[in-house]
Design a protein around this ligand. Structure first.
Ligand SMILES: *[C@@H]1O[C@H](CO)[C@@H](O)[C@H](O)[C@H]1NC(C)=O
Length: 292
């Protein structure tokens, strides 16, 4: 009896720890702009950003990361979200910065959001891929993830990979691997370009617009005082991790099955791909487009 009670208590304690690891917005993030338009809610478990005619709002992670798996659950601005852009991205500082972007471009009521992704390396972007989502992102929370390890930047939506930017340094393509990045998120007015190329403006009679965040988790190597500190076991080789029956994001790559799922999403839901935009790159599309 007593031992089963002890086990039950230990299990509860573990659950509490797991919940804490899932992130507390008070502890893990700070508001960066918007003068009170961003609010931590639900005792730290959520954060709402708002946008009105005067300003949007944004927050950032307190930590900087050098590789990791970053997850965020987001519920986007419902109804008429035309002109609004919600962002969730990693970025380092400076003119040769690296950046990994999720941006959600709003739309008129009933029209689909555009999920816009991009990867900057050494200050150079122009790697946009855009998608439709296979669900309504405004009625409930969905999980958007970035797996960033020395070989891959994998974008995933509810666990389904949608994009895999690989390390092709050997072929002369820069890869983000030495500049620590912070997480940023924002909600702002981009009605000069976001919706149907700027034709459709934000309808301020519906303001304030709200985007909700929760479930922020950073299973990541934290960069502090010039040192990278990774969760225990992170850097063990795939073979060792495999023997333990697990595999850290550090070694993550797409299995055959997840590769097929990604290709399926890309075929059905991708609406723009820089790699196929020959007009934009008259000298030829970037090198990584030809590499697998
Ligand atoms: C908004 O809806 C229109 C019409 O369905 C679509 O063409 C457009 O790509 C959508 N997204 C944005 C961001 O304009």
């Amino acid at each position: 009896m007593r031992s089963s009670l002890a086990i039950a208590i230990a299990a509860v304690a573990c659950l509490a720890l797991a919940a804490e690891a899932a992130g507390n917005f008070y502890q893990d993030t700070e508001m960066t702009w918007g003068g009170g338009r961003g609010k931590v809610v639900d005792g730290g478990r959520g954060l709402d950003l708002t946008l009105d005619r005067t300003s949007g709002s944004g927050f950032q992670s307190r930590s900087e990361y050098l590789f990791g798996k970053i997850d965020m659950q987001i519920k986007l601005v419902p109804g008429n979200s035309a002109g609004t852009v919600t962002t969730f991205y990693l970025s380092s500082q400076g003119s040769t910065h690296d950046e990994i972007d999720f941006e959600f471009l709003g739309n008129e009521t009933g029209e689909p959001y555009t999920l816009h992704t991009n990867v900057f390396t050494q200050g150079q972007g122009q790697r946009e891929q855009q998608f439709r989502l296979w669900f309504d992102p405004t009625t409930s929370f969905h999980t958007y993830s970035i797996v960033w390890n020395p070989q891959h930047v994998i974008f995933a939506v509810d666990g389904t990979p949608i994009r895999d930017f690989k390390n092709h340094e050997a072929r002369g393509v820069a890869f983000p691997k030495s500049q620590p990045m912070r997480l940023y998120a924002s909600l702002w007015n981009a009605d000069d370009w976001a919706t149907q190329g700027g034709r459709v403006k934000a309808d301020w009679s519906h303001a304030p617009f709200v985007a909700s965040f929760r479930g922020f988790s950073a299973d990541a190597c934290v960069w502090a005082n010039g040192r990278q500190q990774c969760p225990v076991g992170t850097m063990e080789t795939a073979a060792v991790a495999g023997r333990r029956g697990g595999r850290s994001w550090w070694n993550q790559q797409l299995s055959d099955m997840s590769y097929r799922r990604m290709r399926w999403v890309q075929r059905k839901f991708m609406i723009y791909n820089y790699c196929t935009d020959a007009k934009r790159f008259p000298q030829g599309v970037p090198a990584e487009c030809h590499l697998r």
